[in-house]
Design a protein around this ligand. Structure first.
Ligand code: PMP
Length: 287
């Protein structure tokens, strides 16, 4: 049976789930989105994802044509219809159909799309052996131009970085901000461990404030670790004892090499492994 996709309150077979070529989401990347996970039939941190979606929409003057409660129900219904318990949810809100010009006021109907699918994680061995990443020359969007806090449909900045990473043989790439500080990866936040304490770039570094990032900060604090949200340089990454990435799809993935340099002893470290275990428990027991 084909997966059903929600568009504006209707369900369509995946193959027939289409929107107009005049939609400004397509023409200009004008819209917002979320990537969410469901574990054991329960949506993980749904409130936080909906809050971020609404904040992103507000930042681009887009009114989502439903309430958060209605959106939550639609997400749960889409999962139920597709029989998905452990899966990935993509919520997209576009500006809607407009003219070929930029003017968003000429777009009348924001399109609300909910796709639920089976999650395809990085290969299992990456979680055991760790990932290699490279720093790329594509600078993370300047926060004063297009804030990385907005999860907009315009992901070209990340895509350009991803291409550079792939060309260097890496599936994730580290982006610096306009000041040369560590920002984040193309679809994940970054953490370092140094002398038993956790470090991650602050919001001001120009990052998406990851929901996994927030969960990991809570878990680390519960485990008695000090967490520092401070500006970091590439040097900090190179001399870290451990490094890992966090994201909804990736969860927590250890990084063992950056720019050809081994991190720590070149293997996933004990604090990373402990946090992976804690995160696993959290997602399986969450309410
Ligand atoms: N940064 C970027 C650029 C991302 O696209 C994502 C994935 N949404 C993240 C960080 C991680 O955020 P989250 O933990 O909320 O998935």
């Amino acid at each position: 049976m084909s997966l059903k996709v929600y568009i504006n309150g209707q369900y369509y077979d995946k193959e027939d789930a289409k929107i107009s070529v005049y939609d400004h989401g397509l023409l200009y990347g004008d819209g917002v989105f979320e990537g969410i996970r469901s574990y054991g039939g329960k949506v993980f941190r749904l409130k936080e994802h909906l809050d971020r979606l609404w904040d992103s929409a507000k930042a681009i003057w887009l009114t989502i044509p439903m309430t958060k409660e209605e959106m939550a129900r639609a997400i749960e219904e889409t999962l139920r219809i597709n029989g998905i318990e452990d899966g990935y949810i993509r919520v997209v809100v576009t500006r809607g159909v407009g003219t070929l010009g930029l003017d968003p006021n000429r777009c009348s109907n924001p399109q609300v799309i909910i796709i639920t699918d089976h999650i395809s994680l990085y290969p299992k061995e990456l979680y055991e052996k760790g990932l290699e990443i490279v720093t790329v020359s594509t600078v993370r969007n300047h926060p004063a131009a297009l804030s990385p806090r907005i999860k907009s449909l315009n992901y070209l900045n990340n895509i350009l970085a991803k291409i550079e990473g792939l060309q260097a043989g890496c599936i994730e790439a580290l982006m610096l901000n306009h000041k040369g500080e560590v920002a984040e990866c193309t679809g994940d936040n970054i953490f370092l461990v140094r002398r038993g304490e956790l470090f991650t770039p602050p919001r001001e570094a120009g990052i998406l404030e990851g929901i996994t990032r927030a969960a990991v900060i809570e878990l680390a604090q519960e485990a008695g670790l000090k967490v520092h949200e401070v500006p970091l340089t590439k040097h900090d990454v190179y001399i870290a004892d451990e490094c890992f990435l966090t994201g909804t799809a990736a969860e927590i993935v250890p990084v063992v090499k950056v720019d050809s340099r081994p991190i720590g002893d070149g293997k996933p470290g004990p604090i990373t492994r402990d946090l992976m275990e804690r995160f696993h428990r959290l997602t399986r027991n969450h309410c």
